[in-house]
Design a binder for this molecule. Structure first.
Ligand code: NDP
Length: 528
């Protein structure tokens, strides 16, 4: 097997499944790579295909080719790069049915959830396709000597951005971080999760159809420990989304390499329900917020604090609404919740729930796997009496499981919400939105939604999204989400007298005049 002209090489692992057939040809593979990894469909546990198990040599080829392609891409105007994002948005929306099929096939999620991520990626593409000049264009800044020092800032691309993405939102989390990196003039090398590489490859296919030069976006499939570290040793920026545990490994390596990086990690996200909340909206919002994507969502709600005045009523309605949630394996919009992604994930969720049950937690609904629906399905589950010694109390479960706790006053609720190493997302439910904002400001989380679970903040692409505490480093979305892929460069042009005493002027006089000027500048608004 040899590396083809385009830098890719087809291993003989293609599949008959027409939804993903041919995609494996888009993986960058070096001469000599022969190992493969099977990919299974969580809906039925059947193998749908296989992907190359890449290693260091493959990463080498991918980064080298990406680097070669990057320079001419960076030389293109921002408007030209924006056009590619704009065409990509159109393709994502027009070809969504193909995309939804692949996302569902690999993740086992409900089509509604697959639509949410495809829609979110389209929103991101549209957002950045109109703001390239605003966020990346040359900026004039104030020079030190008015009229004499002219300063501009250039937002130069970092070069090759390496992205490592998880399986839970494989289209959104792989592509939405790549888009601003590309807009900023970078090449991207993506290592998608083993389970969901076809979705990432589908994204590469659409980007190329939208006009992206072929070598600019490389996908290297394989196992995290084989591909991730090799990538972090070769790229100019690393962006990781996944577990806090793996994030620490990536961050340590990036730190050693003095590499710029961002990490979007786990959460144990709280919701606070106050007595003046609209309980109909709160129940509906928190069913969606806790069980969407079977709870495999970094910003989903796993802890629910409810004021004692409405606790019984809320719990009763929350349980009733959860019992109506429809599970299913269909490739249509009927089911609300789909499967967990894998046997491993089912084991983790089951262990958390069994441990809580054994230590005295009360199960109000759910609590069991549902092999009658599919091999990795787990029932949406509501627990109370969850204590600190139970695994699911403080660790991210990443499944359709939520614990409900009563509280009696606002300070107590805020303290409980903050009593976690994580700080990704939170949700506040109240009839008084000013009070909601006030509570939100006291919660240590990167996003807080008032009268919504997660989507209001996450989908507002103009605002930064990411984690405080152990939930991450850096932000995606907004100007922050694109500027992180750039190196700001200051160019200062000095006219006339330089930053030193003129010839013949003693330093004491220079110091005196400069001191007077500094005082004057501070008093005149236009000179500050
Ligand atoms: P990981 O964090 O291990 O995986 C995320 C990505 O990192 C994948 O692409 C993975 O590759 C890659 N990776 C794995 N090891 C390394 C490494 N040493 N260096 C660089 N990259 C690496 O999550 P898991 O898939 O193992 O899931 C475990 C738990 O993590 C879940 O139960 C859940 O709690 C949490 N999680 C949280 C997510 C979030 O968004 N908050 C997303 C996914 C998981 P590969 O697929 O090949 O292992």
């Amino acid at each position: 097997m040899t590396v083809s002209e385009s830098g890719t090489s087809a291993l003989d692992v293609d599949t008959d499944d027409e939804r993903v057939a041919g995609l494996v040809d888009l993986v960058t593979v070096a001469d000599g790579t022969t190992d493969t990894i099977p990919v299974e469909a969580p809906f039925d546990g059947e193998q749908v295909g296989a992907i190359p198990a890449c290693g260091e040599a493959d990463v080498d080829v991918a980064v080298e080719r990406a680097r070669e392609a990057q320079q001419s891409w960076a030389d293109r105007s921002i408007a030209e790069r924006e056009e590619v994002l704009s065409r990509f948005q159109d393709l994502v929306l027009d070809r969504q049915s193909e995309l939804l099929d692949v996302v569902q096939l690999e993740t086992g999620k409900a089509r509604r959830t697959a639509f949410e991520e495809v829609q979110s990626c389209a929103l991101t593409a549209g957002y950045y396709s109109h703001r390239g000049e605003r966020f990346l264009g040359r900026e004039k800044r104030k020079g030190v000597v008015p009229g004499m020092t002219q300063v501009e800032v250039n937002h130069t691309p970092v070069g090759v951005a390496g992205l490592i993405s998880p399986w839970n939102y494989p289209f959104e989390l792989a592509l939405s971080d790549a888009l601003p990196a590309l807009l900023a003039g970078n090449a991207v090398v993506l290592k998608p999760a083993e389970q969901t590489s076809f979705t990432a490859l589908k994204g590469k296919q659409l980007l190329e159809e939208a006009g992206l030069p072929a070598d600019l976006f490389q996908v290297v499939t394989g196992r995290g420990p084989d591909v991730g570290p090799a990538m972090t040793d070769r790229v100019d920026y690393v962006g990781f989304t996944g577990s806090t545990e793996t994030g620490r490994i990536v961050g340590e390596q990036a730190g050693r390499n003095l590499l710029k990086y961002s990490l979007e990690l786990g959460g144990k996200n709280p919701a606070l329900v106050f007595p003046d909340a609209d309980l109909d909206r709160a129940v509906e919002g928190l069913v969606h917020g806790s069980f969407s994507n079977a709870g495999q969502l970094c910003i989903s709600i796993e802890r629910c604090y409810v004021h004692e005045d409405v606790y019984d009523e809320f719990l009763e309605r929350f349980v009733a609404a959860t019992e109506n949630v429809e599970l299913g394996t269909g490739y249509d919009f009927e089911a609300e919740v789909g499967s967990l992604v894998s046997e491993e994930q089912l084991e983790k969720v089951t262990e958390h729930v069994e441990d809580a049950k054994a230590r005295g937690a009360t199960v109000h609904t759910g609590g069991e796997p549902r092999p009658d629906v599919g091999p990795y399905f787990f029932e949406p589950t509501i627990l109370t009496d969850v204590e600190m010694d139970m695994d699911l109390c403080c660790e991210e479960t990443f499944g359709p499981v939520v614990s409900v706790y009563p509280f009696s006053d606002t300070d107590e609720a805020i303290a409980e919400a903050n009593d976690t190493d994580y700080g990704l997302n939170a949700s506040v439910w109240t009839g008084d939105t000013e009070f909601g904002r006030e509570v939100a400001r006291q919660i240590r989380a990167g996003t807080v939604n008032v009268n919504e679970a997660y989507a209001a903040a996450y989908s507002s692409i103009d605002a930064p999204m990411g984690g405080m505490k152990d939930s991450g480093v850096g932000r995606r979305h907004g100007p922050e989400g694109v500027k992180k892929y750039t190196e700001p460069q200051t160019v200062a042009v000095q006219k006339g007298q330089g930053m030193a005493p003129p010839d013949g002027v003693p330093y004491w006089l220079y110091a005196k005049v400069t001191t007077g000027a500094l005082k004057l500048f501070d008093k005149v608004p236009g000179l500050r």
